[in-house]
Design a protein around this ligand. Structure first.
Ligand SMILES: C[S@@+](CC[C@H](N)C(=O)[O-])C[C@H]1O[C@@H](n2cnc3c(N)ncnc32)[C@H](O)[C@@H]1O
Length: 348
């Protein structure tokens, strides 16, 4: 039954696409290895000929994710052999079906995978991250396409105060703290993500008041920091963490595409300004804001214009906006990646 279910992905074609993708990455892989990074994408779906399939290296793990198709055991083994030869290291192959294939998290219950993978740790810029492929959520614990943003944060953080909104497992804040930020606040409301962020911080010796991991809803938190009222029914009915108005030198705003919370929905397609305006007001004049938009249907020029309009409306003009592209392991058609990253300089 297992083999019958898993018989849709042609192992030869997939291995060919992977081989070509790894060849294209030869420079990138050498470069990131030199930066003490062993987490990167090896095959990026449709843009590299394999719709609905991504293959990532996360430290000791080879993570194959499929959205629209299943994977044969033959394909998994061919991918494993190829990656092992190309990278010169034996990785533990893990398959996660993200829809379309059989339900469940790994190669149709291949329990050997669970035992083999243990509690893996991956490296990026010398920082160690929990990269367990099996945990409560569906998404990996480190988003690889945001490496370009983290690189910028590393360059900019020294001597600054940093607010990391929608912190998830803390990667942006940890980069800032490791690169000499004076103070970092990581804010997220998900207990599981916070737990991983705290463990990641401890694993890298980034603990104490200089690098805080705060479990709180971003919406009331950033509004209070911006000196704005907390709105909506939840503001009267619920208790929420209180913060005095405060501005940070560097703010990271990396919201999910959509999320519902007691203080309103996060919706980056319909209402980015609800997040961007308070984040901007919580950034000091002359400071910087890293903002992202993950929605593929949002055009980068429209989004950029929207950020400028927001800034004008709240009376905080921008000195510059630079769009940062994801790195070469995330190729895109027409240089229009679904993940848009803006580095915004607030005028003095
Ligand atoms: C795309 S992830 C952020 C990735 C993260 N910036 C990183 O560097 O890996 C989205 C995160 O937003 C959090 N989230 C969604 N709505 C939230 C809210 N209203 N308040 C706090 N966290 C929220 C989720 O718990 C999740 O961890």
């Amino acid at each position: 039954v297992k083999r019958a279910i898993l018989s849709r992905q042609d192992p030869i074609a997939l291995a060919d696409f992977l081989r070509a993708a790894i060849d294209r990455r030869a420079d990138l892989v050498a470069r990131v290895h030199g930066e003490s990074t062993d987490c990167y994408r090896l095959l990026h779906g449709v843009t590299e000929g394999a719709p609905g399939v991504t293959i990532d290296r996360y430290g000791p793990v080879l993570l194959i994710q499929t959205w629209r198709t299943s994977l044969t055991m033959g394909a998994r083994d061919a991918i494993h052999r190829l990656a092992t030869d190309a990278l010169g290291t034996d990785l533990v192959p893990i398959w996660r079906s993200r829809g379309g294939g059989p339900a469940g998290v790994d190669a149709a219950g291949d329990t050997a995978d669970y035992a083999a993978v243990g509690s893996p740790v991956g490296l990026e810029f010398g920082l160690a991250y929990d990269v367990r492929p099996f945990h409560r959520g569906q998404d990996p614990l480190l988003f690889l396409d945001l490496r370009a943003g983290r690189r910028r944060i590393r360059d900019a953080a020294a001597g600054h105060t940093v607010l990391n909104l929608f912190a998830y497992t803390g990667s942006i804040g940890l980069c800032a703290a490791a690169c000499g930020a004076d103070l970092v606040w990581n804010v997220d409301f998900a207990a599981a993500a916070i737990e991983v962020a705290r463990a990641n911080a401890a694993r890298n010796g980034l603990t104490g008041d200089r690098c805080r991991v705060i479990r709180a809803d971003v919406i009331p938190t950033v509004r209070q920091l911006a000196g704005l009222p907390v709105k909506g029914r939840a503001a009267h009915q619920r208790t929420f963490a209180r913060f005095a108005p405060r501005q940070f030198d560097l703010v990271a705003l990396d919201p999910p595409r959509w999320a519902r919370g007691p203080f309103g929905a996060v919706d980056v397609v319909r209402d980015y300004p609800a997040l961007f305006k308070p984040a901007l007001l919580a950034t000091r004049p002359g400071g910087d804001l890293l903002a992202t938009n993950h929605a593929p249907e949002v055009d980068v020029a429209d989004w950029r214009a929207q950020l400028e309009r927001c800034a004008a409306k709240v009376g905080r003009p921008l000195a510059a906006i630079e769009i940062i592209a994801p790195e070469d392991d995330f190729p895109s058609f027409d240089a229009r990646p679904p993940l848009k990253i803006a580095w915004v300089r607030v005028a003095d």
